[in-house]
Design a protein around this ligand. Structure first.
Ligand SMILES: Nc1ncnc2c1ncn2[C@@H]1O[C@H](COP(=O)(O)OP(=O)(O)OP(=O)(O)O)[C@@H](O)[C@H]1O
Length: 266
C-alpha cells in the first residue's frame, strides 16, 4: 500500500518493480501486463495526466475516483483510443502509438456509454462482429454469438433490434460483444451501472472466473471484492494504490470529509 504525489514517476511498492513491457504469455493464470511510462495527456485545455507512470500486471485491477478524476481517460489510453501527448503506453508488449491496429485483437473494451459502442442493428451482428473481423467465418461467429447469449440467459435475443433494448440490456450486449472477441485484456468502464442486481451479481461472479486480465472503473465499490489491486485516482494522480481493503477506506474517508466540507458552504 502506498500513496503517491504528483510527480513524473510515482513511487512503487517494493514488490512491484517496473519490469518494463512484458512479453505476451499465453499460459493460463499469466497476464500480459500494461505499462504507462511518464504519460502526459491534455484533453481540450485541461491537463489530465502530467507524467503518470504505472505498471499494471495484476489479474484484477480496479479504478476508483471522483467524476473527472481520469478513470475513463486512463482506460482509453490503454485501448489506444487516446494516445499520450508525451511518454509511452505499452499494452501486452504493443506500443499503442506504433501498433494501434493490433490492439483490438488483444484488448476488449466496454464503454461507459453504450451508444458509443453499439454499431449494428441486431444483437447477433453486434456480438459476432469482433470474431468476424478477426477472420472467423460468419456462420460460425453467429452460432457462437447465439451460444454466448444462451449461456447468459438471453436465448433467442439474436434477431432483436438493439435499439429496442433497455439500457441495461444494451450494456449486457456490449459486455458479451467484448467477451466474444476473446480478448486477453478486458477494460471495463462502469460496465454494470444499468444492470439489475441479479445480472450484476452474475457478471461479477463470471468476471472472477475469466482467464484474462481485467481493469475496471466503477463507483460501485462492492464490485472490487476479490480484486488484486485498486487504484484511487484524484485529479489525474494516483492518490492510493493497494489492496481494495486498504484503498477503499481511504477513498471513503476522503469523500466523506469533502462532502461534509461542501455541506458547510453556503
Ligand atoms: N472529450 C473530452 N474533451 C475534453 N475534456 C474531456 C473529455 N473527456 C473528458 N475530459 C476531461 O478529462 C478529465 C478526466 O475525465 P474522465 O472522463 O477520464 O473522468 P472519469 O474519472 O472517468 O469520470 P466519471 O467518473 O465521471 O466517468 C475531466 O477533467 C474531463 O473534463
Amino acid at each position: 500500500m502506498f500513496t503517491a504525489s504528483r510527480s513524473a514517476r510515482p513511487a512503487r511498492p517494493p514488490n512491484r518493480p517496473d519490469a518494463g513491457p512484458q512479453p505476451a504469455v499465453d499460459s493460463p493464470g499469466r497476464v500480459d501486463g500494461m505499462v504507462l511510462d511518464r504519460v502526459v495527456l491534455d484533453r481540450g485545455a485541461r491537463s489530465v495526466f502530467a507524467g503518470l507512470s504505472l505498471t499494471l500486471s495484476e489479474r484484477r485491477i480496479g479504478l476508483v475516483g471522483d467524476n473527472g478524476s481520469g478513470k475513463s481517460t486512463l482506460l482509453r489510453l490503454l485501448n489506444g483510443l487516446l494516445l499520450p501527448d508525451a511518454g509511452t503506453v505499452t499494452v501486452a508488449g504493443l506500443d499503442t502509438r506504433k501498433e494501434r491496429r493490433r490492439l483490438p485483437a488483444t484488448v476488449g473494451f466496454v464503454f461507459q456509454n453504450v451508444d458509443h459502442q453499439i454499431i449494428f442493428p441486431t444483437v447477433r451482428e453486434e456480438i459476432a462482429f469482433g470474431p468476424i473481423a478477426q477472420g472467423r467465418p460468419k456462420a460460425e461467429a453467429n452460432a457462437a454469438a447465439d451460444q454466448l447469449l444462451a449461456r447468459h440467459g438471453c436465448a433467442g435475443w439474436g434477431e432483436r433490434a438493439v435499439a429496442d433494448l433497455s439500457e441495461g440490456q444494451k450494456q449486457l450486449v456490449c459486455i458479451l460483444a467484448a467477451l466474444a472477441a476473446g480478448p486477453r485484456i478486458l477494460l471495463l468502464d462502469e460496465p454494470f451501472s444499468s444492470l439489475d442486481l441479479t445480472t450484476r451479481l452474475g457478471f461479477a461472479a463470471r468476471l472472477a472466473d475469466l482467464d484474462l486480465q481485467v481493469v475496471m472503473a466503477s463507483h460501485d465499490l462492492h464490485l472490487f471484492d476479490g480484486f488484486d489491486r485498486l487504484l484511487w485516482l484524484k485529479g489525474g494522480i494516483v492518490a492510493a494504490d493497494g489492496a481494495p481493503g486498504e484503498v477503499i477506506p481511504l477513498y471513503e474517508a476522503d469523500a466523506r470529509a469533502r462532502a461534509a466540507a461542501n455541506r458547510g458552504q453556503p
